[in-house]
Every structure is written in structure tokens, then in C-alpha cells.
Design a binder for this molecule. Sequence first.
Ligand SMILES: [Zn+2]
Length: 251
Amino acid sequence: MPRDHEIAELAHLIEGACQAVVFTGAGISTESGIPDFRSPGGIWTRMAPIDFSDFLASEEARRETWRRRFEADDMWRSALPNRGHRAVAELVRRGTVAAVITQNIDGLHQASGVHTAQVIELHGNSTYAHCLDCARRYEIAELRVAFERDGTAPFCDACGGWIKTATISFGQAMPVEAMRRAEIETLAADLFIVAGSSLVVYPAAGFPELAKRNGAVLIIVNREPTGLDPIADLVLNRAIGETLGEVVGVD
Ligand SMILES: [Zn+2]
């Protein structure tokens, strides 16, 4: 299908939707300069992720986890929402999109203006931290100052528990509430748009499958083919920002 027909078809399907869900992965945020950790050549092919059980068991693993987080702090802090995020935010503002389910941990949907209540983070959020025991929130900048001064992994002032970025690590249970909300939104959707996910990480990648089985129209916008392309109603192997930006009419 020529590109202009793809865009026209995408616009047509979005216009016909009453309650859409957008599901985003790393591909939407690489356009904001955030590397895809899982991609070939990505950071996880050079440096193995630290398992949650090791984080709990070892001060050295905790220190290394935090050292890596602070090393990447400039990248996290300088990343801004891009055209793809703005297009998604505009669809939320218009009421077409009821919820954004994301595998990303960068907070860029919220930064682009989507209300926190409409963003479902399946893998948590790296832009702040919390105590693993009492859930008290901590800001990265403050933790960094203390870490650079003391060289020890941070623990909670209130209860003594370990502080960790609010992300879901390897070996850590999926967040129950986020998974529940994602399922509810998926089952309520008449249109499900995947943007920038290669759909290889389960259980997260099960949501588009669930939406399709439940009768929703499934659209996949991703640079590379995905395993769910055969069941999708429309597949666009294109850049996210340019594609959604053109369809929604945002720069
Ligand atoms: Zn605590």
C-alpha cells in the first residue's frame, strides 16, 4: 500500500473510534533520544540488567544500580516529549483515546500533557524513586547528592527500607494495579493502537492480542515488523512521530 493510503486509512480508523487505547514502547521514546535498552547494541546487550533479587540481597548490586541510574541522569533529565507524544496527548485531549498504556519508564506521556490518571505504566517510572517497604517517594536529584557524598545506596528515612527507582526490574513482580487497569481499558477499547513496541515482552505484549480477540481494531505503528502483524488490521512500518503527527495534525 502506498504511504498516503496508509495515512488515510490510519486517519479513517482513528476517526471511527469511540474509545481508543494507545500502547507505547521504546520506539516512541527513541525519537526523544532515549535509547532502546533491549535493541541490538542497546545497553542491555553490553551490561546485563541487575535482577531484583540481587538488588535486595547485595549492597554492591544496589550501589551499582544507583551508579548506573545517576550516570544516565543527564539523558533522563534532558529528554523531552516528541511529536509522537504530542500526537497521543492531542488524541487524549479530544477524547478519542481514553488511556495510554506504556512499557516506557520515562514519564514523557505525562510531560506531554496526558493526565497521570490516564497513563498506565506497566514497567514503572524511572524519573523518581520510592521506598520498597513503605512506598514513600524520593526525588532522584536529592538521592544523587547523598550518593555522591556518601557512596552508599540510599535507604528510607522513615522505615529503613531500600529505596529504588519506581521501575519494575527484571525478577520483580508486575504491578498488580497497573496490570488490572490496563486489562480494563483494553477490554473497553474499540481501537487499539500500538506505537513503537516490538511486542516481544510479555505479559505486556498480551494486551494488543486481548484487544483484538475482544473485537477491537488493531493498528501497529512500528519501525520493524512485530509478531502480531498477522492479526493486525493495519501495520505501518514507519517512524512514530512523523506518522501520528501527520494523522493527528500536530507538529
Ligand atoms: Zn520506607
